[in-house]
Design a protein around this ligand. Structure first.
Ligand code: PEP
Ligand code: MG
Length: 601
């Protein structure tokens, strides 16, 4: 029976494909008794399945390395190690011989024993490796049974739409865009880090689906719109035809605005706007300059750490930062120091469980509590500053004291480098994010110590309005254009202007055509966003007049409700660049599908 599900579209794109549940890959193992003479045949089957698994992992390693780089590919090197583990082979062989059972049964029994033993280990990192052992075990079993190892659809096969209750950022970072057509989750939100990563990897995604996902099984045909958040389950031929037509229109529309992407980001009345990219992974940073010809306004360095099995040492970090700075040169890159905590964790750090992680040991608080890790990162960034235009930015500053401590630590690291004659850029700009209301209200004092601010509205909205940015049940309260939020943003912009300092915005709002005029009208002329949003926002910038955007801000500041601001923004966009008004186009089956909306409705 065709049905329709509704969620939040967080990464645009129209996709038709078959579903695949994440973590739902258990094979059913037949029970088989064998005679002693059959033992060798069974072990030969095991050897063949292991060989095939090796080939599959090699292919996966290769393609992930090509598309996402070494960091991501290393997960499959880990899987190869598990596959080669002599203990695993010894135990399976012994079980086939002692139990006189089929090799599948032996394999399943040994894996269960392995996992039970590991689950007892009091080390979160090792416990997390259980997922990898299960993954490899299922791969061997699938190959023994002649079934596709479904977590990793084969190369050349149709990419699948991954379905899950939740996909943590660490798993999302490992999804291979070549094999994952889209993903759907029951939880999450537009500004959750998994959604941000989906946009970075250009994987269409719908999160926070309101209806139960239980109607979707492995192999169910789905048609998904990553912009509007609508999912058709078992779509009719007619629906598929409509979606394919929309897809064609969208591609044509995108290629038209992409063809304008070397035009300057300049308003009709001649104001230059600096468009820059948010990136999460070094490999993306390499592509940004080449494909989009922009600098990097936010490099979320924590994702380099989250993807690896362990903390990166100074040399590994330095190489990534240096290569990024060189790739982006002569444009600049802002490296934000670690924003661990909240919904981003590192198993190796054994961070304590917190009742309220977004309010807890996160970002600069973590760095200041682990100065050893902080200093290594600062050293690596400073050393990279000798190779390009590098800036440093501290996340989640909430007090002057915190900023001063971070700056003092930076100074210590600089002194150490000077003493050891290690080159770095003495004039390197240092900034901080304004993403906590306390920092916004203290902007006059904070700005005295830094060269620039970057408004992190994803967090500023959640902390100002007391609305968890990843909780779908209260997503209706997550209003980036809530009057309180825009007043705070305007205050921060005014403080920077009065002090002759730069201000940018790197929250997801920057990628929303509906809100960008409001941001620009406040005097925030540097917008940092997922690379896929650069072309539409450039189009928007080129369609508006700055003095009209300033007038929009003046009216918005008089509003008492987000819905009033929304209407103003909507009318503004309708008058200046109606093609970018997603809602209106969606009604008539069009839609640019650039961003999936987000924010107050
Ligand atoms: C923000 O809070 O707006 C931001 C850019 O930081 P993050 O999304 O990484 O928390
Ligand atoms: Mg933030």
């Amino acid at each position: 029976m065709p049905s329709t599900l509704h969620g939040t579209g967080v990464s645009a794109g129209l996709v038709i494909g078959n579903a695949l549940w994440l973590n739902n890959q258990r094979c059913s193992v037949p029970l088989k008794a064998i005679a002693a003479e059959q033992v060798d045949d069974e072990l030969a089957r095991l050897a063949a399945a292991v060989d095939l698994s090796k080939q599959q992992l090699d292919a996966l390693h290769h393609s992930v390395k090509e598309s996402l780089g070494d960091d991501h590919a290393s997960i499959f090197t880990g899987h190869q190690y598990i596959l080669d583990d002599p203990e695993l082979h010894k135990r399976i062989t012994a079980t086939v011989k002692s139990d006189l059972c089929g090799v599948e049964q032996a394999c399943e029994k040994v894996l269960a024993e392995f996992c039970a033993e590991m689950a007892k280990i009091d080390d979160e990192y090792l416990r997390e490796r259980l997922v990898d052992i299960r993954d490899v075990g299922e791969r061997i079993l699938c190959n023994l049974l002649g079934i596709d190892p479904i977590q990793t659809p084969e190369q050349g096969g149709e990419p699948r739409i991954i379905v899950a209750d939740d996909i943590p950022p660490s798993v999302a970072a490992r999804l291979d865009p070549a094999r994952v057509a889209a993903f759907i989750t029951a939880s999450g939100s537009r500004t959750s880090h998994t959604a941000i990563l989906a946009r970075a990897l250009n994987i269409p995604a719908v999160v926070a689906v309101k209806e139960p996902l239980s109607c979707i099984r492995n192999g169910t045909r789905l048609a998904l719109d990553g912009a509007s958040g609508v999912i058709h389950v078992d779509p009719t031929e007619e629906t598929i035809a409509i979606i394919e037509r929309r897809n064609q229109r969208q591609r044509a529309w995108m290629s038209q605005i992409l063809s304008e992407s070397n035009q300057p980001a300049e308003t009709l009345d001649g104001y230059q706007v600096r468009l820059v990219a948010n990136v999460e992974l070094p490999v993306e940073a390499m592509n940004v300059r080449q494909r989009y010809n922009v600098g990097i306004g936010l490099f979320r360095t924590e994702f380099m750490f989250i993807n690896g099995a362990s903390l990166l040492d100074e040399e590994q970090q330095f190489i990534d930062y240096r290569d990024t700075a060189q790739a982006v040169f002569p444009l600049s890159v802002i490296f934000r120091t670690l924003d661990i905590g909240g919904d981003k964790f590192l198993s190796e750090l054994n961070m304590p469980h917190e009742l309220n992680p977004f309010m807890g040991m996160r970002a600069i608080r973590f760095s200041l509590s682990r100065v050893d890790i902080f200093k290594i990162q600062l050293r690596a960034i400073l050393r990279a500053s000798a190779f390009g235009k590098v800036r440093i930015m501290f996340p989640m500053i909430s007090t002057l004291d915190e900023l001063q401590q971070a700056l003092a630590t930076l100074e210590e690291v600089k002194n150490d480098l000077r003493a050891n004659k290690v080159p770095f850029n003495e004039d390197l700009d240092v900034g901080c994010m304004i993403e906590v209301p306390a920092a916004a209200l203290l902007a006059e004092r904070l700005i005295q110590h830094v060269d620039f601010f970057s408004l992190g509205t994803n967090d500023l909205v959640q902390y100002s309005l007391a609305v968890d940015r990843s909780n779908p049940d209260i997503a209706y309260l997550y209003q980036p254009i809530h009057p309180s939020v825009i007043r705070m943003m305007k205050h921060v912009a005014d403080v920077c202007y009065a002090n002759g300092k730069r201000v940018g915005l790197c929250g997801e709002m920057a990628a929303e055509p509906l809100y960008a005029p409001l941001i620009l009208g406040m005097g925030i002329h540097e917008l940092s966003m997922s690379p896929v949003s650069l072309a539409p926002i450039r189009k928007l910038v080129r369609s508006i007049r700055m003095f009209e955007a300033e007038a929009l801000v003046a009216k918005a500041l008089l509003c008492g409700a987000a819905s009033e601001v929304h209407d103003l923004c909507r009318n503004f966009l309708k008058a200046s660049c109606p093609e970018l008004l997603f809602d209106d186009n969606a009604d008539n089956g069009g839609g640019n599908g650039t961003n999936g909306g987000g924010g107050a409705r």
